[in-house]
Design a binder for this molecule. Structure first.
Ligand code: KG4
Ligand code: ZN
Length: 331
């Protein structure tokens, strides 16, 4: 069965066609990021207008790239939340209209779960597993025992990890989004230069607001002394910040897997794009005998392939119509 996936939860307008949950035929993403960069974060109103302008051509391009006519589709899957309300509304309304016009069933997909299952686009699913979702809006660990059974092990008490990357980059004058630039600059920095730490100690919950404040005070103090931050100081701060956040994510993930006796850790979300995190997780997995599945980089940042893939799985498993199907006419 061919599924068209649509994702518009934040600043990416994305569409994808998959054949079954594991064969991605197209994966098209149009981002309005450049329109937000000057504000240092996503402006919801600008994002929803950009979705409106892009969605027709993005869906059209996804169908053309997959080389199939809409007549061959068997399902439409759309991100139904969480996300920016105005942005979600564009994708959901568009998907509803298509489902009505093309007489197709429509499945609503949870964005966080789509990130979590992105690793299974290229790997066979085995339950149970522990899922780590690390993105700009979420940092949580889940114990997943089946497609419709998961429990939250822990979450962040304040900022998400990606949010901490973004805010730290802003403090250091590095622009938005913070993740990619911090990862790049950290390569020439010393991770032991500044002894930052993430609070919440021995528990499993995450907390990333303290480290951002620590960077703020450290940078402010150094600026007072030297007038500005040198390139090397910025690189050292990036490396120390990244190392501290990554260590916290890795240690808590390992603890959660051991506690839940699942022995597989599945990782997804924008921060999972980070090479330093990917390497540290792989290393910790090897040391602890834990199987690590990290989403391929092409499915880490917001995309519609993960939505189409999970939507297909939910629809196929939905023998008793248990999963939410969005009614094309509303409701
Ligand atoms: O999953 P995503 O595209 O959107 C949300 O659902 O939030 O994640 C975006 C987040 C941003 O905070 C961004 O800074 C972060 O992912 N990110 C990274 C990297 N690339 C993107 N964080 C660390 N290292 C990266 N290379
Ligand atoms: Zn996301």
């Amino acid at each position: 069965m061919y599924t068209l996936g649509i994702e518009t939860s934040c600043d990416e307008t994305a569409a994808s066609v998959v054949c079954g949950p594991q064969k991605v035929l197209s994966n098209v993403v149009s981002s309005s990021l450049s329109l937000h960069a000057q504000y240092g974060g996503i402006i919801p109103e600008i994002a929803s207008r950009a979705h409106l302008e892009a969605i027709c051509s993005v869906v059209d391009t996804a169908l053309k790239a997959a080389k199939i006519s809409h007549k061959k589709l068997g399902l439409i899957a759309v991100t139904q939340g969480p996300g920016l309300v105005g942005s979600l509304l564009v994708g959901i309304s568009f998907a509803r209209s298509l489902a009505l016009a093309w007489k197709l069933p429509l499945v609503g997909v949870n964005h966080v779960r789509a990130h979590m299952y992105a690793s299974f686009i290229e790997n066979k699913i085995t339950f149970p597993f522990v899922g780590l979702v690390v993105s700009g809006g979420h940092t949580s660990l889940y114990r997943v025992s089946s497609l419709d059974r998961e429990e939250v092990i822990c979450s962040t008490r304040d900022d998400a990890a990606g949010e901490a990357f973004d805010k730290t980059a802003k403090i250091l004058g590095l622009g938005y989004p913070g993740g990619p630039v911090i990862e790049r600059l950290a390569k020439s920095g010393n991770p032991a230069a500044y002894p930052f730490r993430c609070s919440c100690g021995l528990g499993l919950d995450f907390s990333f607001s303290g480290i951002k404040t620590a960077v703020l005070y450290k940078a402010g103090g150094l600026k007072k002394i030297y007038g500005r931050l040198s390139k090397q100081v910025i690189a050292d701060m990036c490396a120390s910040f990244q190392d501290t956040v990554v260590r916290d994510l890795v240690v808590k993930s390992m603890r959660a897997v051991k506690k839940s006796r699942a022995m597989t850790l599945v990782v997804g979300g924008g921060v999972a794009f980070n090479g330093y995190l990917r390497d540290r997780l792989a290393q910790a997995g090897a040391e602890n005998g834990i199987r690590i599945l990290i989403a391929p980089k092409s499915y880490c940042l917001d995309n519609a392939a993960m939505v189409a893939s999970l939507g297909t799985r939910l629809f196929s498993a939905d023998k008793r119509k248990k999963y939410l199907r969005l009614d094309p006419l509303g409701g």
